[in-house]
Design a binder for this molecule. Structure first.
Ligand SMILES: Nc1ncnc2c1ncn2[C@@H]1O[C@H](COP(=O)(O)OP(=O)(O)OP(=O)(O)O)[C@@H](O)[C@H]1O
Length: 208
């Protein structure tokens, strides 16, 4: 079973966008376009503002100035963004399968059932284990499974490869390639080399 097609194609455009924390501007005068089917890698030193920009794109922080629009977003179609931050949002006393069912109930389910998503990310054997007992890399794989059970066209990922082993990083890149080929869009903050052919890179420059 595959991840399934993205329901609608969305393009991201920003114009003279400035974002930061409080009055402190971390990213200034940012005008960019990320088309459906493409990815943007955010790079730069610790404290440069990568997470802040992702939170702003996700609508969780208000821009300081400028504009930000997701063209093609259908207000009738419900939420269209997955934002995955540093934390894994895992409830320790739910099993791995229960965790994924919880997310599918909350975010909406697609063609890939939770058990199949666990298989896809290499967690099938841990389905009945309490999620709190997963290793750091396994918890990160569970986050990837969360993306798969609820198809959404826009993925905003903060350090998705943190704690993943080499096979996990390959898996993550493969999931991203599938997402982009199905018309999805991704913006990814990372310190790692992610094998994503054709991805654009934006390097944010503030010192840590
Ligand atoms: N809630 C907050 N209130 C005030 N300042 C904050 C807050 N959260 C983060 N910051 C500051 O914003 C700056 C940018 O942080 P941000 O997490 O966006 O950087 P980053 O590029 O993602 O860094 P890293 O590579 O370490 O993940 C940092 O100096 C940080 O201390």
């Amino acid at each position: 079973m595959t991840q399934g097609q993205v329901q609608h194609r969305i393009n991201l455009k920003t114009q003279a966008l400035a974002c930061g924390r409080g009055d402190a501007v971390l990213v200034a005068d940012l005008s960019l376009e990320v088309a459906a089917g493409s990815a943007l890698l955010l790079r730069g030193p610790n404290g440069a503002g990568k997470s802040t920009l992702l939170l702003t794109l996700a609508g969780l922080l208000r821009p300081i100035s400028g504009t930000l629009v997701f063209e093609g977003a259908d207000p009738e179609a419900g939420p269209f963004i997955h934002h995955c931050g540093h934390k894994n949002a895992v409830r320790p006393r739910l099993t791995v399968l229960e965790t994924l069912r919880f997310w599918a109930d909350l975010n909406g389910s697609g063609p890939l059932p939770p058990a199949a998503a666990l298989e896809r990310v290499g967690l099938a054997r841990t389905a009945r284990v309490d999620a709190g007992y997963l290793s750091a890399g396994q918890q990160r794989r569970l986050v990837l499974a969360r993306l798969l059970v609820s198809p959404r066209p826009v993925w905003l990922l903060d350090e998705p490869s943190a704690a993943l082993d080499a096979a996990g990083r390959e898996l993550m890149a493969a999931l991203l390639v599938d997402h982009l080929e199905s018309g999805g869009l991704a913006v990814i903050a990372t310190h790692d080399d992610i094998a994503l052919p054709g991805a654009a890179t934006l390097t944010l420059g503030a010192e840590a």
